[in-house]
Design a protein around this ligand. Structure first.
Ligand SMILES: [Zn+2]
Ligand SMILES: [Zn+2]
Ligand SMILES: [Zn+2]
Length: 361
């Protein structure tokens, strides 16, 4: 890698959503952002007062789904006590001039990822993670099937208070909503445009480039090497069916995306046997992040094809993926005001550090 010692200052355009860009500025002493706190790990398996621990099931709303059984659960879905969207109908329907609103209809549920209170994703068994994604898939399918007003089911996880987690017991969330969220919509529209021009899925192209391209970019006038791109430089973890990639331009310094190697737009179509490989790639990726960042707060989001009558239009161009976004620093006013996020570590050296981690088997 040519740039690990040199300083970089460039604005990189997100190839999928070009309006999202990141300022990579790695000069020594570039610390525009305040560091985000690391989470003090609580490794207790059970906490008496925790509503998500076994024995306290009456402290949560009733079980919606449980695995392997409701009595002896390892994964459990319940309704969120404080839903951001609900199914209570209010007939207000206030629309006036520019004040247009859609009813906040939907579902908000909590997935208790594991019966062990303090366990981290990278400490869970691969078979457990496979079951967790199977449960996500089943519940997502039910939510789409139960109500055709639902356009999108978002699955996400918050870890740490800065990432939005108010309860420490490991958990993720499912929100079923009547609109397609903007982040997903932008990806869908831009990847469809790319497909129309190039007859290829942009995510598949990105995977191909990461696995097969090598390049040396020279300065036009001096002929000096400006950047070297090596095969595999952006790859963090490669499984049989899934790959973890560090995006060339991403808003969060340690952001990693996991995608199926074979083209598939809809997470719901992923077969059980592939979910095992997903579990392994996720576990190893999270272990690498944990070794490098130790207790960093993070979010992950699952982006998949929205449902609705026009969704067929995007099956060839969209490619589902999991975005993992560690929250290592607090965004500044410049970043929030401009939408231009600053990265003080180059994505290439972040990828190299993650790849160099020796995983203990
Ligand atoms: Zn607990
Ligand atoms: Zn694809
Ligand atoms: Zn995405």
């Amino acid at each position: 890698m040519s740039d690990s010692n040199d300083s970089v200052r460039e604005i990189r355009i997100n190839p999928i959503v070009p309006s999202e860009s990141v300022l990579v500025a790695t000069a020594r002493g570039m610390r525009p952002r305040e560091a985000e706190k690391r989470v003090e790990r609580n490794r207790e398996a059970r906490v008496e007062r925790c509503p998500f621990c076994t024995g306290n099931e009456e402290k949560t709303p009733p079980t919606i789904m449980a695995w392997p059984s409701e009595e002896d659960w390892q994964i459990r879905i319940v309704e969120n006590l404080y839903p951001v969207l609900g199914d209570d109908r209010n007939e207000s329907g206030i629309n006036f001039g520019l004040q247009q609103a859609i009813e906040g209809y939907g579902r908000h549920e909590v997935v208790i990822d594991h019966n062990n209170h303090g366990i981290s994703i990278h400490e869970m068994e691969v078979s457990h993670l496979q079951n967790l994604f199977r449960i996500y898939r089943e519940r997502m399918a039910q939510l789409y099937a139960n109500d055709d007003r639902i356009r999108y089911v978002l699955i996400f996880k918050n870890f740490g208070e800065a990432a939005g987690a108010s309860i420490k017991h490991t958990h993720s969330q499912i929100i079923a909503m009547p609109v397609i969220p903007e982040n997903v919509y932008n990806e869908i529209v831009h990847s469809r445009d790319y497909y129309q021009k190039n007859h290829q899925c942009i995510f598949c192209t990105l995977i191909d480039e990461a696995l097969t391209y090598e390049a040396t970019i020279y300065d036009r006038s001096s002929g000096e090497i400006r950047r070297k791109i090596d095969v595999g430089q952006y790859i963090i973890e490669r499984g049989e069916k899934f790959i973890a990639i560090k995006p060339f331009a991403s808003r969060y310094e340690w952001e990693v995306h996991i995608m199926p190697l074979k083209h598939e737009s809809d997470f719901l179509k992923t077969p059980d046997e592939d979910l095992e490989d997903l579990g392994r790639v996720l576990k190893n990726t999270m272990a690498r992040l944990d070794k490098v960042l130790g207790g960093a707060q993070y979010n992950f989001f699952l982006h998949s094809l929205p449902h609705g009558e026009d969704s067929d239009e995007f099956t060839a161009s969209y490619h589902w993926h999991l975005e993992i976004c560690p929250r290592t620093s607090i965004p500044t006013g410049f970043e929030l005001g401009s939408g231009l996020f600053v990265s003080t570590i180059s994505p290439e050296s972040a990828a190299a550090q993650l790849r160099e981690v020796e995983l203990d088997e």
